[in-house]
Design a protein around this ligand. Structure first.
Ligand code: FE2
Length: 297
């Protein structure tokens, strides 16, 4: 078996390492795998620079709460921490809190790092999932021992651990005992990311320990929860969509619509020709909306 690893090019700062072509070919968006990175001491991830970033971002791009949460958390009653955004970051060592700065690519410096990282892996992603787009990044800042409750995310994700350590329990996105097809459809139609966690799930997910310099690939909508170690944790999440991930989202939304009409749709991926018909219908609907939009202009 040939193992191709991307070598650094002269004059260009590479942020990622251990990008292995056969691993991407076999596992991308199917199963988790590890990569490495060189961002652990990057100045963009100091607490001072992150406070600046949090003040630059619009309020809707900052979400934070107490870090003392159970694995199964109802999003409607998540406890706050009683602090401002800047206070939370400044006191993160002692305030038992969890924070995410969303879409940090709104700041040009973070956008450059995101784009450089994704450009490095793009040749390997394109071979299995062409059409990389909607490139977005998130920074997670959390106190020692914080818990990120059980949830799913809509993006192809590589989580890069910058500071501190954490344990991630990651489940198979296709395990319908852990997450039903209906839950998935509702999520892609706007439901909150948090999912109820049952004790019976415990032995169905794999554990990954992440330390500074480690990166982990999360397939789209692979359920997971996270527990910080004994230090402040900072993680950088680099994400994107592809042709296939956006098509899959459309199909889940379509199936959700069918259920609302009392129909029972075939699960996405079960019958390729049915999926093809549904996606053709989605594209026709989009075209019709565009045409109607043009007439209204
Ligand atoms: Fe997540």
């Amino acid at each position: 078996m040939t193992h191709l690893t991307l070598e650094p090019q002269t004059g260009y700062e590479h942020f990622l390492s251990d990008l292995d072509q056969p691993t991407f070919a076999a596992r991308f968006n199917r199963a988790p795998f590890r990569i490495g990175h060189h961002l652990a001491n990057h100045r963009l991830f100091s607490l001072g620079r992150l406070i600046e970033l949090s003040q630059f971002l619009p309020e809707k791009s900052v979400e934070y709460n107490s870090g003392e949460l159970p694995v199964s958390q109802d999003p409607n009653i998540t406890p706050r921490n009683g602090l401002s955004i800047a206070e939370t970051i400044a006191r993160i060592e002692h305030c038992s809190s969890w924070m995410v700065l969303k879409n940090v690519e709104q700041d040009p410096e973070y956008r450059d790092v995101l784009y450089d990282c994704l450009d490095e892996m793009r040749p390997l992603v394109d071979q299995v999932a062409p059409g990389m787009r909607v490139r977005q990044a998130f920074v997670f800042i959390s106190s020692a021992g914080s818990v990120t409750p059980f949830h799913i995310d809509p993006e192809n994700n590589f989580l890069l651990q910058i500071r501190g350590d954490k344990r991630v329990q990651l489940f198979d996105a296709e395990d319908r005992f852990v997450m039903t097809e209906e839950q998935l459809e509702k999520f892609f139609t706007g439901a909150h990311r948090n999912m109820p966690y049952q004790p019976e799930f415990e032995n169905r997910g794999a554990w990954y320990d992440l330390n500074p310099g480690d990166g982990l690939h999360f397939p789209v909508a692979a359920p997971h929860w996270v527990k910080n170690g004994s230090d402040v944790s900072i993680s950088f999440s680099i994400t994107f969509q592809t042709d296939s991930s956006q098509r899959r989202q459309s199909l889940h939304r379509w199936n959700n619509g069918m259920r609302r009409f009392g129909l029972i749709p075939r699960n996405v991926g079960q019958h390729p020709w049915t999926d093809e018909l549904k996606f053709a219908a989605v594209r026709c609907g989009r075209l019709a909306k565009k045409l109607i939009g043009c007439q209204q202009d």
